[in-house]
Every structure is written in structure tokens, then in C-alpha cells.
Ligand binder design. Structure first.
Ligand code: KIV
Length: 283
């Protein structure tokens, strides 16, 4: 295992031009595997709503579910920076509640930072959370919690005016004190400009190769989520297919009495079996 990832080590990666990796985890086994592969940032993403809970929208889960998943991941992760994704309406409605909820990710789930999606007054909320001593990661471009307002799940910042607005958002958030920013589903040229303008690392998901780091939803890269596959996803393996093969093999072996064999069974001395049978016939 290489050194524990910190906000400072991520900044150093940006200045040394070493790409940063971010993946999502929602439970202990996935957190453990990602950490053993030296992934830099593990995000307990609200994408758990889609890829694990089968919900249509990330707006359908709240603090209870997010903390439950974050605690499980925390038990596994030793090296990566663990970031909790603040769910819909946990930070948009009331400033005091936003800080309280961000603190719950740190105190109850052991996260080391939280992530907030852009919304109209997010700079004030971000500043309040940072002033409370909690590191914040920003998220602009296609922000799934408010996708309805953005015209759905579409590439953002495609014309110069929309692109300029995203540059301004990134600069404002950097000024507020965030330590990194997710750029989701924006043109690669725009992501390149934002990456050059910011001192903090940019982490792209569907934002091309010019970002300081890359993110994917782990279930997408493993082929574990079959409902949608955005263009920006690279499926490195199709685990759904592998799982179907294994589960079908199990079913056939049980039906054909191949499993369990001796190898997977416990034995008892013959003499004890005989005693047991004798005792049974005496009754
Ligand atoms: O919830 C999530 O998985 C995310 C990533 C898309 C960055 O926010």
C-alpha cells in the first residue's frame, strides 16, 4: 500500500501532472477492493440510488441511506481519501442543516470530506461547511440532482455562453475554498480550459482527457449496471455476464446433485454414525 491520500497529496499530483483516480463504492467489499488497487479518492456517491437501489433518480435517497453506505465503506478504506456525497435536499434547503448534515458524514460515517452539487446559492453553503472545518469537493456541469432544470441528462456547456457560466462557477467555488471539483459531462475543450484556470484538481466524468483526474461509477466500469450506459463509460469487464455464468452453474450443479461434493462437506467418524443409527433404531 502506498501512502495515505490527503488533500495535500492530491494538490501535489496536480502540480506534478500525475493523474488522480476516483471511483465510487457503497459497501465493504467494494471499498476494500478499490483501496487495495490504490484508487486515490473513494466516493460514496448518491449514484447508489441508481446502480444499487434500483431507483430512477438520485433525488430519491436521503441522509439515512447515504450514512448507512458510507459507514460500510469506511470499515474497509485505509488509504484512499473517503468522500461522502451529500444527498438531495440535505444542503439546499437550510444553511444550518447543511453544516449539520455535512458534519454527520464526518462524525458518524468517518468521511474525510463531502461533495456538493452546484445549485444557485451553493457558494454560501459551501463556505459555511468549509468554515466549520469540513473539506468540500464541488461538482458542476451535469448535476444529476437538478438534471430536470438542465434539460435532462445532456452534455452541458456546449455553447460559448453556457461554457463561460461553467468557468465562472468553477472559479467561484475555488475562491470559496473547495479542494477539488468534479466536472461531469462537458466538452473536453471546456474541461481543459477549466483545468488550466484552477489551482485545485479537476476530476472529470465525461469531460475528456484534459482533467487532472478521472472518475467513473464503479458499477459501470465493471458492467454491473445494465439499465443505461452513457457514452463516457468504458466497461472494463462485464461482471453481469460472469455472475450469470456462475449462478447458472450453481443452479445446474445443485439440480444435478453435483454440489455439494465431499470437498465441501463435513465428515463424522463411521463409529459415531453407527452409534447414532443404533440409537435411532432403539427409539
Ligand atoms: O454519485 C456519483 O457517483 C457521482 C459521480 C458521478 C462523480 O457524483
Amino acid at each position: 500500500m502506498t501512502d495515505k491520500v490527503s488533500i495535500e497529496s492530491l494538490l501535489k499530483k496536480k502540480s506534478d501532472r500525475i493523474p488522480i483516480t476516483l471511483l465510487t463504492a457503497y459497501d465493504y467489499p467494494m471499498g476494500s477492493i478499490l483501496d487495495s488497487c490504490d484508487i486515490d479518492i473513494i466516493l460514496v456517491g448518491d449514484s447508489v440510488a441508481n446502480v444499487v437501489l434500483g431507483l430512477e433518480s438520485t433525488t430519491s435517497i436521503g441522509m439515512y441511506e447515504m450514512l448507512h453506505h458510507a459507514k460500510a465503506v469506511r470499515r474497509a478504506v485505509k488509504r484512499a481519501l473517503l468522500v461522502g456525497d451529500m444527498p438531495y435536499e440535505s444542503y439546499q434547503l437550510d444553511q444550518k442543516d447543511s453544516v449539520k448534515n455535512a458534519r454527520r458524514f464526518m462524525d458518524e460515517a468517518g468521511c474525510e470530506a463531502v461533495k456538493l452539487e452546484w445549485f444557485d446559492s451553493c457558494c454560501q453553503t459551501t463556505a459555511d461547511i468549509i468554515n466549520a472545518g469540513i473539506p468540500v469537493m464541488g461538482h458542476i456541469g451535469l448535476t444529476p440532482q437538478t438534471a430536470d432544470k438542465l434539460g435532462g441528462f445532456k452534455v452541458q456547456g456546449k455553447d460559448a455562453q453556457a461554457a463561460r457560466k461553467l468557468i465562472d462557477e468553477a472559479l467561484l467555488l475555488e475562491k470559496t475554498g473547495i479542494f477539488a471539483i468534479v466536472l461531469e459531462c462537458i466538452p473536453d475543450a471546456l474541461a481543459g480550459i477549466i483545468t488550466e484556470k484552477l489551482k485545485i484538481p479537476t476530476i472529470g466524468i465525461g469531460a475528456g482527457p484534459r482533467c487532472d483526474g478521472q472518475a467513473l461509477v464503479t458499477h459501470d466500469l465493471l458492467g454491473l449496471f445494465e439499465k443505461h450506459r452513457p457514452k463516457f463509460v468504458k466497461e472494463y469487464v462485464n461482471l453481469s455476464e460472469e455472475m450469470r455464468k456462475a449462478i447458472s452453474a450453481y443452479r445446474s450443479e445443485v439440480e444435478e446433485r453435483i454440489f455439494p461434493s465431499k470437498e465441501h462437506s463435513y465428515t463424522m467418524k463411521d463409529s459415531e454414525v453407527q452409534k447414532l443409527k443404533g440409537a435411532a433404531t432403539q427409539k
